[in-house]
Design a protein around this ligand. Structure first.
Ligand SMILES: Cc1cc2nc3c(=O)[nH]c(=O)nc-3n(C[C@H](O)[C@H](O)[C@H](O)COP(=O)(O)OP(=O)(O)OC[C@H]3O[C@@H](n4cnc5c(N)ncnc54)[C@H](O)[C@@H]3O)c2cc1C
Length: 242
């Protein structure tokens, strides 16, 4: 449901209106900015002061410092992966607002359906195991799922693996997928294109398994294993399982 008109009604009581850089936030915040007639600032990764922010451009290859006008409300999306989660006992006060504004009816909420999985959520998991084009098929991805399950990890994929139909779109990590910051990221058969790397920029330890020792993924990996994933992954699974 688009709640932009409701937020717009409240907007002038506030100096800043922030949303997450998720599908939800990227849909809602531009509507609010348009109603207010202001430029939205997207993907804040660092707050310099109340009106100056840093955001990535060119798939994270450059960082831009932007300044919002102090004459109007700041509307922005924030990259959640750039920040540690606030402690649970430190919750902000929530004010309830009831509104009689009719939401726009050109789009309607019909139903919410999501893939059911017992694995941790990709966006918030501490450990993520991702597979790339080299995994080769959706059947072969079972190997990735099995490895992930032994270490209670979420599973991700490169865009090439998604485009090839091996895995659903919601597993895509990167510029046009999910931006994540797990403590441990294991990239299997992923070359390390900049559009993929931008999605794991804030990850803790990066482990890469690739048969090409010159693959760009090794430039960002903390631990690299050069070899055939079809040999290494089953071995790793067995070791971790025992
Ligand atoms: C605008 C734009 C947005 C994009 N957004 C994204 C995005 O969000 N996420 C994303 O991932 N990509 C994105 N891409 C695509 C990106 O540029 C790459 O094409 C993609 O990431 C490549 O996926 P890959 O690493 O799985 O495949 P490849 O580049 O084909 O790499 C496969 C790797 O597997 C290795 N390999 C092969 N066989 C084996 C084996 N048996 N054992 C071990 N290793 C093996 C190879 O050495 C190679 O390094 C985007 C591109 C554009 C232009």
């Amino acid at each position: 449901v688009n709640i932009a008109p409701q937020v717009f009604k409240l907007a002038n009581e506030y100096t800043h209106i922030l949303g997450p850089s998720t599908t939800f936030g990227k849909d809602l915040m531009p509507h609010i900015a348009a109603l207010l007639g202001v430029n939205q600032i997207s993907d804040i990764m660092k707050v310099l002061n109340s009106h100056q922010f840093q955001r990535p451009i060119y798939a994270g290859n450059a960082i831009l410092t932007v300044e919002a006008s102090k004459n109007h409300v700041v509307v922005a999306t924030v990259r959640t992966a750039s920040y540690k989660a606030a402690k649970e006992n430190n919750q902000a006060t929530i004010e309830v607002f009831t509104s009689n504004i009719k939401p726009p009816n050109h789009t309607r909420f019909i139903k919410h359906s999501s893939g059911s999985s017992d694995r941790p959520d990709l966006q918030t998991a501490n450990i993520v195991v991702s597979g790339g084009r080299a995994v080769g098929s959706s059947e072969n991805f079972e190997m990735i799922y099995k490895l992930a399950d032994v270490i209670s990890a979420a599973t991700g994929a490169s865009r090439a693996a998604v485009d090839a139909g091996y895995v659903p779109n919601e597993m895509q990590v990167g510029q046009t997928g999910k931006i994540i910051a797990p403590d441990l990221y294991i990239a299997i058969g992923i070359s390390g294109a900049i559009q993929h790397i931008t999605g794991i920029k804030d990850a803790g330890t990066i482990v890469a398994i690739n048969k090409d020792e010159d693959a760009p993924i090794f430039e960002v990996a903390d631990i690299g294993l050069v070899g055939d994933l079809f040999k290494i992954v089953p071995e790793l699974h067995e070791l971790l399982n025992s």
